[in-house]
Structure formats: structure tokens, C-alpha cells
Design a protein around this ligand. Structure first.
Ligand code: ZN
Length: 288
């Protein structure tokens, strides 16, 4: 029997050994395969919206599925669950208050998911906003945050409130800075165009844009990100920074009193923001 590792305390050094394989699905989703620390041929699939690419990866890399983690009920996150269960008799874990296929074990804030044989243990965080019951999995120096936090952005408000999303993003800012952030969509370049529109003088964002462009030009994921990076470049994780507050107030043409007010302006601003081809190709962000 393998002894389960415990979740990292806040000041722990970077966790070593958690290997995570991305599986591309649909236009821009990633289904993450978490390798068991001591049984690396065994993996847990996070948000398998499509079974086909997961089954192919399992077959090609001779991996065994040991479990399924679900962050929220959207089809591009759960659509492959039943098909995977046709091939593998494994436990499914999901949010307690959402309807998830596969009869999941229902999780809520404060719960732990422990897969003893795989040596995996994650804390469960309630992070409503994108959906009403959205959860995240935090452990081994890694955060699986579904569609709540994206690199340089955040999820849209489909079911929750601005207050909930602001609190959820604040919650996600509290783990150690080295925490690796596994988002579910490759939205980074587009998000960075918005981030630089809000904060054009943020040098960390400019540098990260170049880094992300280089990765994408090689066909590589920009993910995982790290919490440290997100706290430097993600406007939705920087709601109390003067540069963000000033930009949001200027855009709204009124004073903004709270982080929720700043979030609301940014989220609405971004909902109507479409980056131009010139912005997406980076030229204007790097030359001036
Ligand atoms: Zn979603």
C-alpha cells in the first residue's frame, strides 16, 4: 500500500513529482491526467468532456485510469464520463450541488479526496461564480480550478454572482505562490490582450505575453501557470491594485468602492472585448 501524500502547507517548498499530462479536447479544452506519484502509469482524469482523446492517450501511453475528478457540470467537462466508465470501473468525484453523470461521490468545501493506492490527496474548495456549485481540487502543489480561474483571466458568470466570483478568486489567491494552476481552457493569449488593455504598463504581463506567444508558436500549452504569475499578471486576481482600480474606474466613468465593483466592471468590459489580430500577434504590446 502506498502512503498518501498530504496537501502542501502554505509555506512548503515546491512540490516535486506530480506529473500531469494535458489531453487536448474540442477547440481549446485541456483534460488533465494526474499521474499517481508512486504509480506513474495510473492517472486520474480531470474534467473529461470527451472520452475519445482520453481513451487514445491511455492506450498510446499504456496508462490505467484510476479515477475521475469533475469541477462543474458543463458538458465540455463531463461529456466523456459515462463512456470512460464503460471502459474503466473507477470512482467519480464531483460537486455536491450539481448534476454530474456517473453517480459521483459528492464533494463540498472542506472535504478531502484521498486515493490511497494512488498516493493522491486533494482538498476541495467551493468556488462558485462560473456555476453555482463549482469546486476546485488543491493538493501536491497543484490547483485544478476548472473554468473559474484562467491564465490572465477568469470564467464568465453563468450561474453565480459577482460577489461569489470575487470571493472565489480571492480564495484561489491564498495557496502558496508556487502552486501550479491547471485551468481547463487555452485562453491565455486572448486573455493577455485584455490584461494589457487594462494594464498596458505591466512589465510582467508584457514578458508573459512573449513567453506565451513562444509556447503557442511551438504548439505547446501555456498551462499550467503558477499562482505567482497570476498574481502578477491577471487583472481578476489584482482587483485591489491601484493600476487595476484606476483603469476600471476610468472605463466605468465613476468611482468604484469595492473589489466587487472593480470585478463587475472588468468582467463586463471583458465580455464585450474582442482582441484584434494585431493584438493577438503581439506586435503592439512588445514594441512600445
Ligand atoms: Zn464551464
Amino acid at each position: 500500500m502506498v502512503t498518501p501524500q498530504t496537501a502542501s502547507p502554505r509555506n512548503a517548498p515546491p512540490a516535486v513529482g506530480l506529473r500531469v499530462t494535458p489531453v487536448s479536447a474540442f477547440a481549446d479544452n485541456y483534460i488533465w491526467l494526474i499521474h499517481a506519484p508512486n504509480l506513474p502509469k495510473w492517472v486520474v482524469a480531470v474534467d473529461p468532456g470527451d472520452a475519445k482523446p482520453v481513451l487514445k492517450t491511455l492506450r498510446d501511453q499504456q496508462l490505467q485510469l484510476g479515477g475521475i475528478f469533475i469541477t462543474h457540470h458543463h458538458a465540455d467537462h463531463v461529456g466523456g464520463v459515462l463512456e470512460l466508465l464503460n471502459h474503466y470501473d473507477v470512482p467519480v468525484f464531483g460537486p455536491a450541488t450539481e448534476t454530474i453523470p456517473g453517480h459521483p461521490q459528492r464533494l463540498a468545501d472542506g472535504h478531502k479526496v484521498t486515493l490511497i493506492e494512488l498516493g493522491l490527496e486533494f482538498d476541495v474548495l467551493d468556488i462558485p461564480g462560473h456555476t453555482a456549485g463549482h469546486i476546485a481540487y488543491l493538493g501536491h502543489g497543484s490547483l485544478f480550478c476548472g473554468d473559474t480561474l484562467f491564465s490572465a483571466g477568469c470564467g464568465r458568470l453563468f450561474e453565480g454572482t459577482a460577489e461569489q466570483m470575487t470571493a472565489s478568486l480571492a480564495r484561489l489567491s491564498t495557496p502558496p505562490e508556487h502552486t501550479q494552476v491547471y485551468c481547463t481552457h487555452e485562453y491565455t493569449i486572448s486573455n493577455l490582450c485584455f490584461a494589457l488593455t487594462v494594464e498596458p504598463d505591466n512589465q510582467a504581463t508584457r514578458h508573459y505575453f512573449q513567453h506565451a506567444q513562444a509556447l503557442r508558436s511551438q504548439g505547446q500549452p501555456t498551462l499550467p501557470s503558477s499562482l505567482k504569475t497570476e498574481l502578477q499578471i491577471n487583472p481578476f486576481m489584482r482587483l485591489n491594485q491601484p493600476s487595476i482600480k484606476d483603469a476600471a474606474a476610468k472605463h466605468a466613468e465613476k468611482a468604484l468602492d469595492s473589489a466587487v465593483d472593480v470585478f463587475t466592471v472588468l468582467r463586463t468590459w471583458k465580455d464585450h472585448f474582442t482582441p484584434s489580430p494585431a493584438q493577438m500577434s503581439a506586435g503592439q504590446w512588445i514594441t512600445d
